[in-house]
Unconditional design. Sequence first.
Length: 66
Amino acid sequence: MNDKGGSKNPLAWLLHASLVMLGASIALNLAVTFLQPVVPWLIAGFAVAFLVWCVVVFIRWRRSRW
């Protein structure tokens, strides 16, 4: 085996690429499955943080007018 370029066999390269694609698709499927119940809570948290930020900006703007 050569140490520089890896395997020169196209069949081995195709097998390796297929295994990488299979692993990536399984990992993506697991990530979506595990994140699906949490996403509404994350969106709600960002919405609450944005509303609090808007209120703070409005209050600071009202106080700076005087």
